[in-house]
Write a protein that binds this ligand. Structure first.
Ligand code: FES
Length: 294
């Protein structure tokens, strides 16, 4: 076999990964060149890419004129290298799954900055998807806002054909603490065991009322609804002023300064729904209430 034939065969057998690694090492090599040299190489690469793109586009357009070839064409693009190259050139449009992943990737930095994440549970083409909020976002009082304002908006922007977005429950569950079952882990808990601070016994928090506590020099407001405890920064979402002197009626806290009202169960602001209280993670083990600042 000639050297050229051997080289062609080796390239045909190469994996996408190894071919991409070759490209990356060459890119790393020219990264140190001076600007003019780099610009020349970049222009050369672009010229080759344009030529290849035009050739692929013509070839596919031609093949598509024969209905008998279409199944073969569809099969051919399932090959990872063929697919990657045609996608790279924009000849193949991104699949629904890819666009969905792009949509979630666009909101992930925001979710991660709050200790949360999102994952696809199932994609049911052509129009429905089930997703799950994870970590801090799972069960968060603001999760409906996160879902509607963040995740749903992004999905609809990237995948306009999706009309049904369902939210699956149950991201990271409560982990046992020293072998003891934790009966409640609040919203912003992220499943890690470090950083929890004991604040008080469960029974000292008034049902539907507030108890003030200090956690690592931060003042927080605790409230209880049955076995569920919520914890918020003692700072009004209006001007950040403390609210522990505010009136509480039926689980609604009224800021003593300008009267903003908050649901102690969810942290939502009833006066200006676009804002909310800063929520901290709470876990209750037996009767011990522990808080982790978010
Ligand atoms: S500071 Fe609370 S309503 Fe203005």
């Amino acid at each position: 076999m000639s050297a050229t034939a051997e080289s062609i065969e080796a390239t045909q057998d190469a994996s996408l990964d190894s071919l991409l690694k070759d490209i990356q090492s060459l890119e790393a090599l020219i990264a140190d060149w001076d600007e003019q040299q780099r610009n020349t190489v970049t222009a050369l690469i672009q010229a080759h890419a344009d030529l290849n793109k035009a050739a692929f586009a013509r070839l596919i357009r031609h093949l598509k004129t024969d209905d008998a070839v279409l199944p073969l064409l569809r099969e051919a693009v399932t090959d990872e290298i063929t697919y990657a190259v045609l996608r790279h050139h924009g000849i193949l449009k991104p699949t629904l799954q890819e666009r969905l992943e792009d949509a979630l990737a666009s909101v992930r930095p925001y979710l991660e900055s709050h200790g949360g994440d999102v994952e696809i549970v199932s994609l049911n083409p052509p129009d429905s998807v089930e997703i799950r909020l994870l970590g801090a976002c799972d069960g968060c009082p603001a999760s409906s806002l996160t879902l509607s304002e963040g995740v749903e908006k992004a999905i609809k922007q990237y995948c306009p054909e999706i009309t049904s977005i369902k939210q699956a429950k149950g991201g990271i569950g409560a982990k046992p603490v020293d072998g003891v079952k934790v009966n409640f882990v609040s919203p912003f808990a992220n499943g890690e065991d470090a950083g929890w601070v004991f604040v008080c016994k469960l029974e000292t928090i008034p049902e539907g009322g507030i108890k003030i506590a200090t956690v690592n020099n931060d003042e927080v407001l605790l409230s209880r609804f049955g076995n569920k405890v919520t914890c918020y920064q003692n700072a009004c979402a209006h001007l950040g002023m403390p609210m522990d002197m505010g009136e509480v009626n039926n689980g609604i806290l009224v800021c003593p300064h300008h009267g903003f009202e908050y649901s102690l169960e969810t942290g939502e602001c009833l006066t200006a729904p676009e804002v909310q209280l800063i929520t901290h993670a709470v876990r209750v083990t037996h009767d011990r209430v522990e808080v982790k600042l978010s």
